[in-house]
Design a protein around this ligand. Sequence first.
Ligand SMILES: [Zn+2]
Length: 173
Amino acid sequence: MKVDLIFPVGDLFKQDGAVTELKHELAVDVSALDPDLKAKTKLTASLTLIRAGDSIAAILKGAKLVVELACLRCLTCYNHPLDLPDLERYFYLPQDGLEAEGEYFLIDPATNRIDLTEMLRQEIIFALPLRPLCQEKCLGLLSQQEVKGEALHQPLAQLNEFWQAEQEKEDQT
Ligand SMILES: [Zn+2]
């Protein structure tokens, strides 16, 4: 499955300058962008394309989606809302020695279109948390055992009972 993130930008290069910017509201399924990515919702964002000299600036705002992640501590899969920072990336017409790299991408000169697939893939991967947690205070597998009644502090409770009993014995004497 291919993600359709290709946009024509030829109108922005026309000499009459009638078109100064192109706006798109995105709602795309980005699951196919990366094999490790489990998107639970479509990615929504507003995209503005503006000509900046010989390049096109792609401005992405309010991008958000929900992804499924595995909690680092308890290993439970949970839904993680992901808000991408607003960003601006540049697309250039291919010239000698210019290659797509990092924040720079290329305009397809044959079709006058840009492809946001790689740009979005990078941004989503960067936005993923390094240490995903189902909740901030997740206590991990240990806490689940406690919930099941295999409490680790049980020996302490028994010790308390023992000392209480000893105390009572002393009090009686
Ligand atoms: Zn957890």
